[in-house]
Design a protein around this ligand. Structure first.
Ligand SMILES: [Zn+2]
Length: 236
């Protein structure tokens, strides 16, 4: 781990372990963008959050990401590799509203997503998100069909303005040839990686503390190379 110091890694892991994924993503965002005031991060567009998390991921673990998705048609597990260099260019962190058919919409933020966590119907959630992001919700069409049309146009406009808000990949299943869009969630991906690094680090601390009686801060203060060298001796 180059970009995250071990004690910081453990403290973020500890804070995030029992939180909702949206809050975990915000903890990672604070780690990725220390120059931003922490209380503003929830109001930053999701695309800006994702781009910052990808930059942190590249700096910590490199730009090559291996992942998998289950085929929605036959259930076959498909592995795929993603290279950060192939993703759309990093967006400028714009908070300018997006104008669709004369309506002005804010870009969806973590706060908007958090307001939807209890919605169980994805279509209702999408309509609520549209209303929550509208600068003037009173001006939205009342007619269902017109609202659905506006929703579709707004989703397309957000995707065009901010491709990082929802990173999706075209996937073709090698077994059944089903073609699908798989969305790639950098926040949960990075959290899983951080979680496994934190657990490995705790194992290392446990091994060294048991063998030498050193304290956790003393072990964390060692460089990675020295910690690994002592662990080799303990485990030899
Ligand atoms: Zn399939």
């Amino acid at each position: 781990m180059l970009a995250i110091r071990p004690e910081r890694l453990l403290s973020v892991w500890e804070q995030g372990a029992r939180r909702h994924p949206i809050d975990r993503a915000l903890l990672l965002y604070a780690l990725a963008a220390p120059e931003q005031p922490a209380d503003r991060l929830a109001d930053m567009p999701i695309g800006a959050r994702n781009a910052a998390l990808m930059a942190l991921r590249r700096a910590s673990f490199g730009g090559h990401l291996a992942s998998w998705v289950d085929c929605p048609a036959c259930g076959e597990r498909m592995e795929f590799a993603l290279d950060a260099a192939d993703l759309p260019p990093m967006p400028v962190a714009s908070t300018d509203p997006i104008v669709v058919a004369g309506h002005r919409f804010l870009r969806p933020t973590s706060r908007h997503l958090a307001a939807l966590v209890n919605a169980d119907d994805p279509e209702a959630a999408a309509r609520q998100l549209l209303r929550d992001c509208a600068e003037s919700a009173d001006g939205l069409p009342r007619d269902e069909a017109a609202l659905a049309e506006l929703l579709e146009a707004a989703e397309a406009a957000i995707e065009a303005a901010d491709p990082w808000a929802d990173l999706s990949l075209a996937i073709a299943c090698p077994v059944c040839a089903h073609e699908a869009e798989a969305s790639f969630d950098i926040a949960s991906y990075l959290w899983e990686e951080l979680d496994s690094h934190a657990r490995r680090l705790l194992d290392d601390i446990h091994a060294l503390a048991s063998a030498y009686g050193w304290t956790e801060p003393a072990i964390l203060a060692l460089s990675d190379a020295r910690r690994a060298a002592y662990l080799d001796r303990v485990r030899a």
